[in-house]
Design a protein around this ligand. Structure first.
Ligand SMILES: [Zn+2]
Length: 291
């Protein structure tokens, strides 16, 4: 896969940073993660920040707004994860992925256990502030909006409605793993089930993940990240689509999609996902029940 989005993003970096990133990646293809060795300098050099947000914004897909959000989060491991917004022409605005959601999802899917810093090129919207509220230790998160002073996340969302308000003791990144098994088993299905077991659905119990298989047999799995305020939840399909574009793929490259889900819960999103997949790329959705 020639990742033209990545090549265009590289061109926004200084020659030194572009070289450092390509050297650090070595033979690995870009997946949205920037190794700690490359990103550590921006934590001490605020003047280097804008180019990395421009880098992230190159992955935005914005046919509706033409407003490209670039975000970056630093995970507990020290690695950074890009985020960019994503919109779907001809679809409801509620299908959109926000830049900050995309970055946090990226860190979560890469196995991070939390994030300590968020950099973004525009002030986080209310939807994103509520989404961020769901993560573990939100009071330790520092936010850097381009052109403004660093601010503690809790100052961006005072007097907030949080997981405790619905009696939830867990948080995104620290969610307990589920132990469901798929009604069908194969190495491919097992991988999607593994992600479903790592999904986050403390309010409804609708644990699930979606696997998207490309025509060249790459698998991208997205996980559901539920939110205490419901609407800012990140659906598993959006989680997978947001991730897939970092590797240079598009919706038209998907040939098969599989949903592994815990049915008979308070909600069910299968029809919702199928509707979007059909409209975007005439795709069906194979279903695997979790028991
Ligand atoms: Zn937002």
């Amino acid at each position: 896969m020639n990742n033209s989005r990545f090549n265009q993003a590289l061109a926004t970096l200084s020659p030194n940073d572009a070289q450092a990133l390509t050297n650090a990646l070595g033979n690995q293809s870009f997946s949205g993660q920037i190794p700690a060795s490359v990103i550590a300098p921006i934590q001490t050099q605020p003047e280097a920040l804008p180019q990395w947000l421009n880098f992230a914004a190159k992955f935005a897909i914005t046919p509706v707004s033409n407003f490209n959000v670039g975000a970056l989060v630093i995970g507990h491991s020290g690695a950074a994860y890009i985020g960019a917004n994503m919109e779907f022409a001809g679809q409801a605005l509620s299908q959109s992925v926000h830049g900050e959601q995309s970055a946090i999802n990226n860190a979560w899917l890469h196995g991070e256990t939390g994030i300590s810093q968020l950099f973004v090129n525009a002030s986080p919207c209310g939807h994103c502030r509520q989404f961020i509220r769901e993560i573990a230790q939100p009071h330790q998160l520092q936010v850097y909006v381009l052109g403004k002073d660093q601010i503690a996340f809790t100052k961006l969302l005072p007097d907030s409605f949080g997981p405790d308000d619905l009696g939830n003791k867990f948080a995104l990144f620290e969610q307990p793993l589920q132990t469901f098994t798929g009604a069908i088993q194969s190495p491919l299905i097992d991988e999607i089930v593994k992600h479903a077991n790592a999904s986050y659905a403390p309010y409804t119990g609708y644990y699930h993940a979606i696997g998207l298989i490309t025509s060249d047999e790459r698998l991208f799995v997205g996980r559901y990240a539920e939110n205490v305020a419901y609407n800012p939840s990140l659906p598993a399909l959006q989680s997978a689509l947001s991730q897939l574009r970092f590797s240079g793929y598009d919706i038209i490259d998907i040939k098969r999609s599989i949903l592994a889900h815990k049915t008979e819960q308070k909600i069910n999103m299968a029809e919702h996902y199928l509707s979007l997949l059909k409209q975007l790329n005439s795709l069906n959705l194979d279903l695997v029940k979790l028991t």
